[in-house]
Design a protein around this ligand. Structure first.
Ligand code: SF4
Length: 297
């Protein structure tokens, strides 16, 4: 099955509405040092097509409930560089448009602008991840730079395609200082909602972080390994440190009149939006009440 229920492991901190997840590609070439998917997908930074994707999807979408949200993508970017040539994501969108599906796109790429013609006729919202203006070459080495992403937000917003920002992840002492500048810039080009999360390293993303920022090693070890907490396979900052970061973002969002939500922080009481992931932005409405959804599982 290519269309899979999101969060099959039922993470105790996940507050997402019920949704499906689709990754047109396996792996991702963007090479973000903080990526968590590389901890459980083999050869992750080699992006490859999902074989026979469109034919299989045609059958699979008949089996999911109407108005279901499909999130593209959660363990890869739906617009990696090879999408320019392969057009797998574009073909998926065409199929979803024919079937009036609700699509939430999460990307770091301005290639999404190529699909404006489809997106503006669909029930969709696009969320862009921007984590830093200063360190993007170090922490997201192969992704389009954040200024291209801002331009893309502007283009989509001008076409009335709803957009949100994922300030995700915030890594203490690396990109914590730049949060306000990112929020102001993203608001200026049209986003209305922000999803924020702190860095929750797994073994391999921790190794990459320390390799790239050896001068921060001691402080990061203190924050994560000494004062932090382990949940599942991830290490979290202490509750107090997370709360400190999250409330700063929440206050900036409030001053900019942006809705705000946290992602898997166990601090969801601060959320000011109807969904944490931005699915409430999707035109046409899409929320499916869990008991209704459970009939289809
Ligand atoms: S864009 Fe997303 S999936 Fe791709 S490497 Fe970066 S964090 Fe991982």
């Amino acid at each position: 099955m290519y269309l899979r229920l999101f969060d099959p492991w039922k993470n105790e901190f996940c507050t997402c509405p019920p949704k499906y997840s689709l990754n047109p590609y396996t792996g991702c070439a963007h090479g973000c040092i903080y990526c968590y998917a590389s901890s459980y997908i083999k050869d992750f930074f080699r992006c490859r097509e999902k074989p026979n994707l469109i034919a299989k999807l045609r059958k699979e979408i008949k089996r999911i409930p109407p108005e279901t949200i499909i999130s593209m993508s959660n363990t890869s970017d739906p617009y990696p560089p090879i999408e320019s040539k392969k057009r797998l994501t574009r073909e998926c969108l065409k199929l979803f448009r024919e079937n009036d599906m609700r699509i939430l796109i999460i990307t770091k790429s301005d290639i999404v602008c190529r699909d404006i013609d489809l997106l503006k006729e669909m029930f969709t919202a696009v969320t862009f991840t921007i984590t830093t203006f200063k360190h993007h070459k170090k922490i997201e080495p192969n992704a389009p730079n954040p200024f291209k992403r801002l331009k893309a937000i502007e283009k989509l917003s001008k076409e009335s395609i709803p957009t949100g920002l994922r300030l995700d992840p915030i890594i203490p002492m690396i990109n914590e200082e730049g949060m306000e500048e990112i929020l102001i810039s993203a608001k200026a080009v049209g986003i209305t909602h922000v999803t924020v999360s702190t860095f929750k390293p797994r073994w391999d993303s921790w190794k990459r972080l320390i390799e790239i920022f050896p001068e921060k090693r001691k402080q990061l070890e203190d924050l994560y390994l000494r004062k932090g907490q382990k949940f599942g396979n991830s290490v979290y900052l202490s509750h107090q440190k997370r709360e400190n970061i999250i409330t700063k973002v929440r206050d900036i969002c409030a001053s900019l009149n942006l809705t705000f939500a946290t992602c898997r922080e166990n601090i969801s009481e601060y959320n000011t939006s109807d969904s944490c992931d931005g699915s409430h932005l999707i035109k046409g409405g899409c929320y499916i009440h869990p008991p209704l959804f459970s009939k289809f599982l």
